[in-house]
Design a protein around this ligand. Structure first.
Ligand code: ADP
Ligand code: MG
Length: 249
């Protein structure tokens, strides 16, 4: 199946409130690297449009799980389904954001967001940059941006494809505390507006609670805890108050 037909299929009945999210179903997923068994018959179901955060000790298999959902790994056994399909070949619905922005240094900010787009890519890339508040930096080089701004560009580069599932692998882990809170607010707002399904890995439990409908703890290669978070949204995190508390302003 080519990418366009995957995107143009009618939305499934389970699509999120805003119509775009896709469900995720991980069934008895197992994966070893040599003698090291990382995922052990892991089961996880995510409703279309949900925001799920994954926490767990370093090395417990969080990135490995995300890579399976992104179609970058093949399971030893079990299934990793996105919208009911194995991800081995089709990437159209799903985008990934990593701890490092991974921008191309020889392309401008706009050029980075436009990678892989066809047709009127400039207008689309600029619209995505506006969504993350960086339209005024479109013509600049990546090296002139702060770490937080680079992550905004990475977010725009994902959003420009109208993803139905966004996978975040510790996207804010390298940012300072204030920038992290601003980015949390931005990610939540975009998720509320756009209705994609979000699966975010973090080692910061407070961040997981601030963002998620459910926080999942992975231990010994399987889901050890699955906690619903029912705080109202948007979850105002009060950057200014926090800054004052920390003596930063
Ligand atoms: P986490 O993201 O939770 O920190 P990972 O999923 O990256 O953990 O890795 C889980 C374990 O699997 C780690 O011990 C890691 O070293 C190992 N691992 C991950 N990918 C590979 C690989 N391609 N080859 C060998 N070992 C790997
Ligand atoms: Mg990891």
């Amino acid at each position: 199946m080519n990418r366009n037909s995957a995107l143009e299929r009618p939305l499934p009945d389970t699509a999120g409130e805003n119509g775009r999210g896709v469900g995720v179903s991980v069934q008895a997923l197992s994966r070893s690297f040599g003698a090291l068994q990382v995922l052990r018959r892991l089961d996880l179901t995510i409703e279309a449009g949900q925001f799920v955060c994954i926490v767990g000790r370093s090395g417990c298999g969080k990135s490995t799980l995300l890579r399976h959902l992104a179609g970058l790994e093949t399971p030893d056994a079990g299934l990793a389904l996105v919208n009911g399909e194995e991800r081995n070949r089709v990437h159209g619905n799903t985008r990934v954001m990593f701890q490092e922005a991974r921008l191309l240094p020889w392309k401008t900010v706009l050029g980075n967001v436009g990678v892989g787009l066809k047709g009127d890519w400039r207008a689309r890339a600029l619209a995505a940059l506006s969504q993350v508040g960086l339209a005024d930096r479109a013509g600049d080089w990546p090296f002139t941006l702060s770490g937080g701004q680079r992550q905004r560009v990475a977010l725009a580069r994902a959003l420009v494809h109208s993803p139905r599932l966004l996978l975040f692998d510790e996207p804010l882990g390298a940012l300072d505390a204030l920038t992290r809170i601003e980015m949390q607010e931005l990610i939540e707002r975009l998720w509320l507006e756009q209705g994609f399904t979000a699966l975010l890995v973090t080692h910061d439990v407070a961040e997981a609670v601030a963002l998620a409908d459910r926080v999942i703890l992975i231990e010994n290669g399987a889901v050890a805890l699955d906690l619903p978070i029912t705080l109202p949204r948007p979850r105002e995190r009060g950057v200014a108050d926090f800054a004052r508390m920390e003596g930063l302003v």
